[in-house]
Design a protein around this ligand. Structure first.
Ligand code: NAD
Length: 349
């Protein structure tokens, strides 16, 4: 099978880590009867420099013709002062919307070899999947500024409808059915009307999944529980903003933000796969970035978009062996460069 993959290398460490992941993917596909062809797609800061917009129409057009997209990261200080609609991060929101990718799946797993890097001393087994709603909520609601007698006021609006909530809830319950059968829904129903609707819809949906243990949790409590007792969680489902924040917090349970992959999915097999971290301008170009989050994103792509679970597993195993044998980048307590750890993963493959 031919796998047509769009590559958004992006900005900062993006190009470095995507190049590593491509090497790993090519090696994993060797002698499998499958092969990848790549189409480079321009988005983010580099697109602003070239086309004056973060997401040129040609990028969307090409992306829609790919089977799946691998993205490094976008953004950086160079573009930080641009108005909101022209910032590199708009490219991400635009791509997700254009491709209809409403579900962001973020596995949070502590590799046994990195136990000493986990913030929690006694963490036994951290294996959580965060399902984040991706195309609604406050990141897409009405926003603006008004002049008032107290100076300028600014507002953003959190809006969710029943369809959007049920759709993301269903992804979470289906996931839980394949795992430890527990869903925790995050909201702020004691304060926000949008959260009260979120809770009602999730409750109703949970009745369709009697085998799944269901509970809701206020987001402030969830932020605490993730640190206090992360083992209690199996699948967490949250709105766009709550999921964004909680998954960054959860990344620290795994040792480094450089370890966490993600998949953004919709109703088709086409997905967008990317590490959860940003473009890390502070280490860009220094050969210091941990490429594992991007490499594990490729593994998710093989599994979800192409049903190539066996090859995906080969990549996961190679990463695990690399870590177990203490080949580590700086962020996880070692001294290997981006290239060196990639070479090790290729060797184990
Ligand atoms: P960041 O995730 O880029 O970096 C936070 C810290 O983690 C930095 O110290 C960085 O060096 C470190 N880090 C991140 N990835 C790493 C890796 N793979 N290996 C080792 N260390 C790593 O977050 P930030 O500094 O808040 O944002 C930088 C830029 O990235 C901003 O412009 C932001 O808007 C953008 N951003 C993009 C995305 C995306 O493209 N999906 C996501 C988040 C932030």
């Amino acid at each position: 099978m031919e796998l047509k993959i769009g590559l958004v290398k992006g900005d900062g460490i993006g190009p470095e880590i995507v190049d590593c992941a491509v090497k790993v993917l090519n090696k994993a596909l060797d002698n499998s009867g499958h092969y990848a062809v790549y189409e480079e797609l321009c988005a983010g800061g580099t697109a602003i420099d070239k086309y004056d917009v973060p997401l040129p129409a040609v990028t969307v057009e090409k992306a829609l013709k790919c089977d799946s997209i691998l993205l490094g990261a976008v953004g950086g200080p160079k573009w930080d002062t641009l108005p909101g609609h022209l910032r590199p991060e708009r490219a991400l929101l635009g791509l997700r919307k254009e491709l209809g990718l409403y579900a962001n799946i973020r596995p949070v797993k502590l590799f046994p070899a990195l136990k000493d890097r986990c913030l929690l001393k006694d963490a036994a087994k951290i294996d959580i999947v965060i399902v984040r709603e991706l195309t609604g909520g406050i990141y897409f609601g009405q926003r603006g500024r008004n002049q008032t007698e107290y100076g300028i006021e600014a507002y953003d609006t959190e809006t969710y409808n029943e369809m959007e909530i049920e759709r993301i809830g269903r992804v979470a319950f289906e996931y839980a059915m394949k795992r430890r059968k527990k869903v925790t829904s995050i909201d702020k129903a004691n304060v926000l009307e949008s959260s009260r609707l979120w809770r009602e819809v999730m409750h109703n949906l949970s009745k369709q999944y009697p085998l799944v243990e269901y509970n809701d949790m206020l987001v402030d409590n969830a932020a605490m529980q993730l640190i206090r007792n992360p083992e209690q969680f199996d699948v967490i489902v949250a709105s766009n903003m709550f999921g964004d924040i909680l998954s960054d917090e959860a990344s620290q349970l795994t040792g480094s933000i450089g370890m966490l992959p993600s998949a953004s999915l919709g109703n088709t097999k086409r997905g967008l796969y990317e590490p959860i971290h940003g473009s890390a301008p502070d280490i860009a170009g220094k050969n210091l970035a941990n490429p594992i989050a991007t490499i594990l994103s490729v593994s998710m792509m093989l599994s979800y978009s192409f049903d190539l679970d066996v090859i995906a597993k080969k990549i996961d195993t190679a990463v695990e062996k690399t870590l177990r044998n203490r080949y580590l980048t700086k962020d996880i307590g070692g001294d290997l460069t981006t290239d060196q750890i990639t070479e090790k993963i290729l060797e184990y493959l």
